[in-house]
Write a protein that binds this ligand. Structure first.
Ligand code: ZN
Ligand code: ZN
Length: 248
């Protein structure tokens, strides 16, 4: 996901969950993540487990908020400044070793996103999904503070996958003008040339090392395509779609 997170969060950091984080059930946030938590007005307690706070989880079918404690680890005899840890649900049941987790704040609200779960493609859509969950007063205040005129242009450096146009074209030929999601009977609108509008989707996203091959793409109607990226059943749907296209 190539998202300009700077436009979304006041502060944010991204870290990969380590073996030790998981084994000790104590997630060690990195400096930027600590900055976000601090900016939300949460201070680490001196003892474990310390008081708890909620994080709003995004793009997870499992729920909207998750609890975390925030405390200083026990002082080492070496006298080093103790690093804050996060305990409770966030690490005991939500995060797993190897997950890349973003923790960021908007005002007093703390958000957490597991990255690389193939959720979404468009960075503006992702930004919108996040901001939509900020508290209504913050949303309104920031919208009202928007300046008159067209938004500033932004230079986005990103690496794109050079998708094979023949794979796309072949998927469209294979689909014969109807959505390849099993069971979908939706009517498609026509393009100016009279052909049906379909979008070619990578079942296992390229960003998750999916192949740019016919066996990993499906020509979908816009509804099914969006649902693959944002729907609550996207994980189970991905599995059945994957089996289906592999047989085509
Ligand atoms: Zn897609
Ligand atoms: Zn469809």
């Amino acid at each position: 996901m190539s998202v300009v997170w700077e436009h979304v969060f006041d502060n944010f950091g991204i870290k990969q969950v380590t073996k030790t984080d998981k084994e000790k059930s104590a997630y060690v946030p990195n400096a930027q993540q600590r900055k976000a938590i601090t900016a939300a007005g949460i201070k680490p307690a001196s003892v474990r487990p310390g008081p708890e706070f909620s994080l709003t989880i995004l793009f997870e079918p499992t729920g909207k908020t998750i609890r975390s404690s925030y405390y200083h680890s026990e002082r080492k005899p070496s006298g080093r400044t103790p690093e804050p840890r996060m305990g409770h649900e966030i690490i005991s049941s939500w995060l797993d070793k190897g997950d890349r987790v973003l923790i960021g704040n908007i005002g007093k609200q703390v958000f957490a996103i597991k990255l690389g779960t193939g959720v979404a493609v468009d960075k503006d859509v992702i930004a919108q999904e996040v901001v939509q969950r900020a508290d209504p007063a913050t949303i309104l205040a920031r919208a009202k503070a928007a300046k008159k005129g067209t938004p500033p242009t932004r230079e986005v450096k990103r690496s794109d996958f050079a998708r094979n146009p023949y794979v796309v074209a072949a998927a469209l030929l294979r689909a014969k003008g109807s959505c390849e999601m099993p069971g979908c009977k939706r009517a498609l609108f026509e393009k100016p040339d009279g052909t049906a509008y379909l979008e070619v989707h990578h079942v296992i996203p390229l960003g998750e090392d999916g192949d740019d091959m016919l066996g990993n793409v499906a020509a979908l109607c816009p509804h099914c395509h969006r649902e693959q990226h944002f729907g609550k059943d996207r994980v189970s749907q991905r599995k059945s779609l994957s089996k289906y296209v592999a047989k085509l």
